[in-house]
Design a protein around this ligand. Structure first.
Ligand code: ZN
Length: 238
């Protein structure tokens, strides 16, 4: 939050009334768009922003081996300052639907709190790290493709991450161009020397690959006597 510089006498002021807004603790701060009269009006995310009649949403299907039924995660976005240079798409609310009602009350609580965090504004990307760090004491599972997920909540974190990346609130994660080139080279090298091309069918990583400690994908293979990950490029030998 920026500081407001006061360079004159304060002549006009009112005392906040103990109305409904004051009780909610909302009256103390001016709305962000009211702060400066000189700058063009830029609307930022804040909790008193009214929900428009219609929001654009994305629904992600999440199927885990932990349940017979898939979860459908819907994240609705609000577009602020549409058509201006300050146009920004931000998540506004999240819903999770599933036929499986075992965890209904927790899902309702979690999605309401996440929606509240979205509407508060500011940096919401911390939710991704918090969710992805949750592990299930009964053990996690492997996604198709060989990525280890420590819990369903962590997978939900991945969904939110994917969504925030897609709408431009998070920078895409992944190997840099240089690393990707290195990975591709190593991958070609491995394929050439072990002629296990058919084993690439299911997971796209060679059979016998080990779990990479860095990116949790079963993609680490021995290359020149050194365990090297074909997904993120991590190598035990540096
Ligand atoms: Zn890796």
């Amino acid at each position: 939050m920026g500081n407001i510089r006061i360079d004159g006498r304060i002549v006009e002021y009112t005392v906040a009334q103990a109305g409904a807004e004051a009780l909610a603790g909302a009256a103390a701060e001016p709305l962000p768009e009211e702060k400066s009269k000189d700058e063009p009006k830029v609307i930022r995310m804040h909790e008193r922003l009214e929900r428009p009649e219609m929001l654009i949403g994305s629904t992600y299907k999440v199927k885990t081996p932990m349940s017979d039924h898939a979860m459908y995660v819907t994240i609705n976005d609000i577009v602020l300052n549409e058509g201006t240079e300050h146009e920004k798409r931000r998540p506004f609310e999240i819903f999770i639907n599933s036929k499986n009602l075992d965890h209904y009350q927790w899902i309702v609580a979690l999605t309401r709190i996440m929606s509240a965090v979205f509407r508060k504004g500011g940096d919401v990307a911390f939710l991704v790290d918090e969710l992805k760090a949750v592990f299930d004491p009964r053990g996690g599972y492997f996604q198709p493709g060989g990525t280890f997920v420590p819990s369903i909540i962590a997978e939900l974190g991945q969904v939110v991450e994917k969504h925030l990346t897609r709408i431009g609130l998070l920078k895409p994660v992944g190997p840099s161009e240089e690393q990707q080139k290195f990975i591709d080279e190593k991958r070609a090298e491995f394929a050439a020397q072990s002629s296990q091309r058919d084993a690439f069918a299911e997971t796209s990583y060679p059979k016998g690959a080990q779990l990479c400690g860095k990116c949790s994908v079963v993609a680490a293979v021995m290359l020149d006597g050194c365990l090297t990950c074909l997904n993120c490029g991590y190598s035990k030998c540096g």
